[in-house]
Each structure stands twice: as structure tokens, then as C-alpha cells.
Ligand binder design. Structure first.
Ligand SMILES: *[C@@H]1O[C@H](CO)[C@@H](O)[C@H](O)[C@H]1NC(C)=O
Ligand SMILES: *[C@@H]1O[C@H](CO)[C@@H](O)[C@H](O)[C@H]1NC(C)=O
Ligand SMILES: *[C@@H]1O[C@H](CO)[C@@H](O)[C@H](O)[C@H]1NC(C)=O
Ligand SMILES: *[C@@H]1O[C@H](CO)[C@@H](O)[C@H](O)[C@H]1NC(C)=O
Ligand SMILES: *[C@@H]1O[C@H](CO)[C@@H](O)[C@H](O)[C@H]1NC(C)=O
Length: 459
């Protein structure tokens, strides 16, 4: 069959191209075959031109337009996929497609996609509309109920201007990307019917708040929300129902309702980094499944916060508190974190570590502590000895003048030690060799100054 179509196309004379605007023409499309795909090159067609129909006489896996400039897509025969990106498309007319599985029309100038463009609309599984800022009427989406992935980034979208039921029947939709638009608010109910959704990307918009119910989707299994780089200041109670990961990096969050995340949410990963005004953390008590928490770069300190703030995070394995204003770490603040493996306190203002700071009531699983780039000038290395599983201790960039090797290697679990960019004596470092691996900071090996294995030291 494919040979028939091949012959048909090859026998067509390539009449296309180089027409002046005033002369309408009937253009024949001449495939070049590449890996079994039909590639249409250098086709130029204005609004007035018409195409000779590509008859569905054979099966090719895909059609790709390359270096073309086409106002309206020609009728496409039965095909798996069409790639028609960046060809200056303006319209997709009725009955353009028969059966098609994947369509990429990104980075065009689309103004209109006919509601009857697809003869078999439910067959379409993947639709890429990115970079068509002039597309405003989305009625055509109503019939595309078989979509599993829909990409709508860089389109200057505002959700209030889209019918709230646009996605209501997309029972199979797993991936929806609306990153980099002009979304300021999320209409309650617009996304809740998407019970198969696994990934919703709303990053790089101007969303100001997540209202109650706005992202309440009930489903089991993974569900990732990317809300980073917005303008979110408030997250109301019951904003989320199911979620496995929520990225809220770089917003302006000042308040999160204590029940913003339902305690059935199953949330495993929460990124709050870069929100510099958040002061109340009561919502952390409702996250029994949370595995990793990023609270870096939040202007955070423990001052004025209850010592019980982390107490209910029974599954938390990784806690990132780096790039904050922490000067004191209250004793007991981590004591209920029975699953904690690694804690990052890099780039804070910590001067002192007391005995018991990292001790756990139930299990002690701490494997890695990063205290680099604080203001520690004096340290009793015995405070780390009780940590049975501590494998990595990073103290880069403090003002420690010495390391007590005997104390540090007293517990055999410690394997990696970081002490670059400090005032440590070469004598101490030599004492550590043979017991520990001295780890370099971001591979910066010092060779032009006194050093031990690339770590600068005071002779
Ligand atoms: C969404 O699209 C943006 C821009 O094309 C891309 O950077 C991002 O990785 C996509 N998100 C997902 C979850 O694939
Ligand atoms: C974020 O919100 C503030 C007011 O709440 C506004 O002044 C600012 O322009 C917004 N920024 C963006 C990028 O939308
Ligand atoms: C979840 O919260 C409700 C009240 O909001 C409470 O009755 C229930 O015990 C909580 N469940 C868990 C697992 O914490
Ligand atoms: C950081 O927090 C302090 C007090 O906790 C406050 O005075 C200051 O304005 C905050 N800075 C920013 C950038 O929010
Ligand atoms: C050090 O770690 C080991 C397990 O590797 C543990 O048995 C021991 O009690 C710890 N403390 C000391 C002081 O050795």
C-alpha cells in the first residue's frame, strides 16, 4: 500500500512554490521520504492558494513540514502524526484531518482551528499548541476527549477567557502544560474533572492565589503540580486534594491555610524555596507522607516558631533549609523526624552546634549533615559522635581554625568530610587521611597554595 502512495506522489510533478501573492494556485505536495516519513519541504502557500488533496492511498507514519510557509494546512490523509511547527500557519479548516494520533502545530500564528477540523476527534492523543499567542477560541478542544497530553505554553492564555468546561470531558488527559502564559487566577472547577491527570504545569504565569478547591482533583497515583515562578501570596484551605509533588518555588507566599493540603493528600514532595514572607508553618502538621521538603531561600529562622513545627513529618527524609537566616538551631527541633536522612543548613548564620541538636527520639537515620558556609568558629566535634549512621559531614566555608581528628573519627560510620574554604591546619588534615575521604567543594581543587589533597590549609 505504501508503495502505491509513494508512486502516486513521486509521479506528481512538483509544481509548488514561488507564486506571487495575487496569483492563486493549486499546489501539489511532493514528499521526500526520510526514515519512512513524508517530509514536505519548501512549500509556500498564501491564503488564496488551494492544495491538491493528498489521497490516502498508503500508510506513512508521519508527515513533517520543513522550511515551509503555509497559511492553511492542506487536507491530511489517515496518518499517525503531523509535525507542522513554525510554518506561519494561520488557519486549520474543517475536515483537515481524518484519523490522526499526534499533532504538533507549535510556534505558528494560528488564529483559528475549526471545531470540525478532525473527522475522528477522539483519536487525537497528543496536541501541541505552544507558541500560538493569537489563538483565542478553544471550542475545538471540546471534542478532543481522547487527549492524553495537551501542550499550551507561551500562548498569552488567561483562564477566565476560556470556557470552564473546556477540559471537562478529557477523561484520559495525563499531562497538561500551560507554562509561560498570562494566567492570573485558576477558576474553581476547571481542572477538577481531570481524574487521570499526572502532571499540570502552570509555572511562569501571574497566578496570585490558589483558592479553596482550585486544584482539588481526586485521584490515586502520581499527580505533580508545577506552580513555580508565579505571584502566589495565599493558598487557601482545601486548595489541594490529591498531589504527589507540588512546586511553589519563587512565589510571594505569605500565608498557607493549615488545611491547604488535605491530610489525605499523600503529598511526598513540597518545594517552598524562594518564598521570603511565609511565617506560619502549621500546614506542615497535615503532611504525613511528605518525603522531601525544600524550604531554602525563604528568609527563614526558627525565631518565634513553635518547637513542634516539624513534629508530624513522620516520613520526611530530606530537609533543605539552606540560604536562610538561621542563627540558632533549637535543640529538639528535629527530634521527631524519625525518617530523616539528610539535612541541609548551608549558607545560614549558625555559630554554634550544641549536643543533642540532631538527636532523634525514635530512630536515628541521619546520614548527611551540611553545615557549610555558616559562621562556626568553634566546634566540639564530639557532638556528631552519637549519630550512628552519619556518613557525610560538610563544614566547608566556616571559620574553623582546627579539626580534632581523634574526636571526628571516633565513630567509624563517618566516611566523607568537607572542610574546604576554612582556616584549618594542614597538620589536622593529614591526621584525617586514611580515616576519611576529604571531599572537595564543587570540585575546586587548590593547587597554587598550601594544601592537602587540594584542600587549602594553614601550614
Ligand atoms: C512545559 O513546557 C515548558 C516550556 O515548553 C517546559 O520548559 C516544561 O519542561 C514543560 N513542563 C513539563 C512538566 O513537561
Ligand atoms: C505580583 O503582584 C503584585 C501585587 O500583588 C503586583 O504589583 C505585581 O506586578 C505582580 N507581578 C507580576 C509579575 O504579575
Ligand atoms: C485527617 O483530618 C481529619 C480532620 O480534619 C481527622 O479526623 C483525621 O483523623 C485525620 N487523618 C489523619 C490520617 O491524620
Ligand atoms: C526577612 O525577615 C526579617 C524578620 O524576620 C524582616 O525584617 C525582613 O524584612 C525580611 N526580608 C525580606 C526580604 O522579606
Ligand atoms: C558509632 O557508630 C556505630 C555504628 O557504626 C555504633 O555502633 C556506635 O555506637 C557509634 N558510636 C560510637 C561512640 O562509636
Amino acid at each position: 500500500m505504501s508503495r502505491v502512495w509513494f508512486n502516486f506522489l513521486v509521479s506528481c510533478v512538483a509544481v509548488a512554490a514561488f507564486l506571487t501573492v495575487s496569483e492563486a494556485a493549486i499546489i501539489r505536495l511532493n514528499c521526500e521520504y526520510f526514515d519512512g516519513n513524508c517530509v514536505l519541504k519548501n512549500v509556500y502557500a498564501t491564503e488564496d492558494d488551494r492544495f491538491k488533496e493528498i489521497r490516502n492511498e498508503g500508510y506513512r507514519d508521519s508527515i513533517e513540514f520543513f522550511d515551509c510557509h503555509i497559511h492553511t494546512l492542506p487536507p491530511i490523509p489517515y496518518i499517525r502524526s503531523v509535525k507542522a511547527d513554525a510554518i506561519n500557519l494561520v488557519r486549520i479548516e474543517e475536515n483537515t484531518f481524518s484519523t490522526i494520533n499526534k499533532l504538533d502545530v507549535s510556534y505558528n500564528r494560528l488564529r483559528e482551528i475549526s471545531a470540525t477540523a478532525f473527522e475522528y476527534p477522539t483519536e487525537l492523543s497528543v496536541l501541541i499548541l505552544n507558541g500560538n499567542p493569537t489563538l483565542k477560541d478553544f471550542t475545538f478542544l471540546n471534542k478532543l476527549t481522547g487527549l492524553t497530553a495537551l501542550y499550551m505554553t507561551e500562548m498569552k492564555l488567561e483562564l477566565e477567557l476560556i470556557d470552564i468546561n473546556t477540559f471537562a470531558n478529557m477523561d484520559s488527559l495525563e499531562r497538561l502544560n500551560m507554562s509561560d502564559n498570562r494566567i492570573t487566577s485558576i477558576p474553581v472547577g476547571m481542572f477538577s474533572p481531570l481524574t487521570r491527570l499526572e502532571n499540570l504545569d502552570l509555572s511562569r504565569n501571574s497566578i496570585t492565589k490558589i483558592a479553596a478547591g482550585a486544584l482539588a482533583i481526586v485521584k490515586s497515583g502520581p499527580l505533580v503540580f508545577d506552580l513555580s515562578y508565579n505571584n502566589i501570596s495565599i493558598i487557601e484551605n482545601n486548595a489541594f486534594l490529591s498531589a504527589s509533588r507540588i512546586n511553589l518555588r519563587q512565589n510571594r507566599i505569605s500565608g498557607i491555610g493549615p488545611y491547604a493540603f488535605d491530610n489525605q493528600t499523600g503529598l511526598q514532595s513540597l518545594v517552598l524555596g524562594g518564598n521570603r514572607q511565609l511565617k506560619n508553618f502549621d500546614f506542615l502538621h497535615n503532611l504525613p507522607s511528605l518525603h522531601d521538603l525544600d524550604m531554602s531561600n525563604m528568609n527563614f529562622s526558627f525565631e518565634g516558631l513553635p518547637r513542634s513545627m516539624f513534629d508530624d513529618l513522620a516520613s520526611l527524609a530530606s530537609l533543605d533549609l539552606s540560604y536562610n537566616q538561621i542563627s540558632e538551631v533549637p535543640i529538639g527541633i528535629f527530634s521527631e523526624l524519625q525518617s530523616l536522612n539528610s539535612i541541609n543548613l548551608r549558607n545560614n548564620l549558625i555559630k554554634h552546634i550544641e549536643f543533642g541538636t540532631f538527636s532523634m527520639r525514635k530512630y536515628d537515620l541521619i546520614d548527611e549533615i551540611d553545615l557549610s558556609y555558616n559562621q562556626i568558629t568553634e566546634l566540639n566535634f564530639l557532638v556528631f559522635v552519637p549519630l550512628k549512621y552519619l556518613k557525610t559531614l560538610l563544614l566547608h566555608g566556616n571559620k574553623l581554625p582546627y579539626v580534632n581528628a581523634k574526636q571526628l573519627i571516633r565513630n567509624k560510620s563517618l566516611q566523607n568530610f568537607g572542610i574546604q574554604n576554612s582556616l584549618v591546619r594542614c597538620y589536622d588534615l593529614v591526621d584525617l587521611l586514611g580515616h576519611l575521604k576529604l571531599v572537595l567543594e564543587q570540585n575546586e581543587f587548590i593547587s597554587h597554595l598550601p594544601n592537602v589533597d587540594g584542600i587549602e590549609c594553614v601550614p
